[in-house]
Design a protein around this ligand. Structure first.
Ligand code: NAD
Length: 389
């Protein structure tokens, strides 16, 4: 069996590491960065933390801050024009998954002939080329995008959240500084935290899991699971924030090398059609999809429960897996994750879109990595089960 393992060339981890961003760029010989971020980072002044080390290193810095949550092809096209028209030698993705993914897609699109569309790169296409290298600085914990070979872009014509995969989306380096996450409000802390737990769990049960992705996934689950409630209740807990941040990056490395599975496959259409934040739509689906999949990979789910600290070494697999499911339901309850119905989604519209969402989920390829591979009918049934939580 041959496994392909990919990772950024350098990952700087730790509180205060952002101060070294200028050194990281300089080490690779860069001096003309284009920082890609979102409007909140600018209005809140947070962008200053990213610009300060670049300015201190004497770099000519430009900023593109027109990114949107769940980035669209239109924003990527605008960003790619800025990239092409300017004189830059590196991109810096600063923010949550949305700005980082925008930066990745800008680099991929700008490497293609003018007029190319983002949808040309969606899986199963390979997006291996990028116009410029990318250094990522995540501010959520998180998508793990700083360490993955993926970007997720919405096609505004079809309302499809497209998965785009390839070496062109893999950052050259990342600076992972948990101090940036103190300002996250509880809702975003919870949603992004459950997203990272989902990455680790899905990578661990994925049919494409391998010994290296397992190492990352196990450690990510160990770090994240005991800390989720802590960062929700005590946002200033530095040790908890640090574990969540490292866990999110390790979870990114895990799923970048093993792929995600059914939860993510079903989650993207919910984000695209109903604009539910990505982590939240994962959380809405996680218990139902785990319950559906459990018996197809019982030893794996049981080991995940042990890594997360919710089952003991002496628990038989069936019991450990049942404890995992119980924990995922308890987490959703305690972290106040609403069901799609409670979030305000109209049931008639949800039901009308089920065939489209099921078809889009399957087309993304992610459900085929699941321990139990569903047909469209089963996916629609799971959407219905998740609707009221
Ligand atoms: P996000 O980037 O959309 O940000 C959500 C909100 O949080 C924004 O309003 C942002 O301004 C705010 N925010 C970010 N950091 C903050 C901070 N430190 N303090 C206060 N507010 C802050 O959210 P996200 O969940 O990080 O990213 C979601 C996107 O990432 C989705 O589009 C999803 O599909 C994608 N994603 C990509 C990958 C990948 O491998 N490329 C993996 C998972 C998810």
């Amino acid at each position: 069996m041959i496994h392909s393992l990919v990772a950024p060339r350098q990952i700087l981890v730790g509180g205060g590491s952002l101060a070294r961003l200028g050194e990281v760029l300089r080490q690779f010989g860069f001096s003309r960065p284009l920082v890609v971020t979102d409007p909140w980072m600018v209005s809140s002044g947070t962008i200053g933390k990213c610009l300060a080390p670049l300015n201190a290193a004497g770099m000519a810095v430009a900023v593109f801050s027109d990114t949107v949550p769940d980035p669209t092809d239109a924003v990527v096209e605008a960003g790619a024009r800025v990239l092409r028209d300017g004189d830059f030698d590196v991109l810096v993705g600063f923010g949550g998954g949305s700005p980082m993914d925008t930066a990745k897609a800008m680099a991929i699109l700008a490497a293609a002939p003018e007029g190319a569309k983002m949808r040309a790169f969606k899986v199963p296409a390979q997006a291996d080329r990028a116009a410029l290298p990318l250094v990522c600085v995540p501010t959520t914990a998180g998508t793990g995008s700083e360490a993955t070979r993926f970007t997720v872009i919405t096609d505004t014509e079809t309302d499809e959240k497209m998965l785009i995969a390839g070496l062109g989306a893999l950052p050259l380096a990342a600076v992972v500084d948990y101090e940036l996450t103190f300002s996250l409000p509880p809702r975003i802390t919870a949603d992004t935290g459950i997203d990272s737990l989902t990455h680790a769990l899905e990578a661990f049960v994925s049919r494409r899991a391998n010994p290296a992705s397992d190492l990352y996934a196990r450690e990510a689950m160990r770090l994240i699971a005991p800390r989720l409630r802590q960062v929700w209740r005590a946002p200033d807990d530095a040790a908890a924030r640090a574990d969540m941040m490292l866990g999110a990056t390790l979870a990114g490395l895990a799923f970048s090398n093993a792929s995600v599975a059914l939860v993510h496959g079903m989650s993207r259409p919910i984000g695209a059609h109903f604009h539910v934040p990505h982590g939240l739509s994962n959380a809405m689906l996680l218990p139902a999809v785990t319950g559906y999949s459990l018996n197809a990979a019982l030893p794996r789910y049981a080991e995940a429960a042990r890594c997360m600290g919710v089952a003991g070494a002496g628990d038989a697999d069936q019991l450990a897996a049942a404890k995992l499911l119980e924990e995922l339901r308890a987490l959703n309850h305690e972290l106040e994750v609403p069901s799609p119905a409670a979030w305000g989604i109209e049931e008639a519209r949800w039901n009308a879109l089920l065939p489209t969402m099921a078809q889009q989920a399957i087309a993304s390829g992610s459900p085929a990595n699941n321990p139990r591979i569903p047909e469209a009918e089963a996916i629609m049934a799971l959407y219905q089960e998740a609707f009221r939580g």
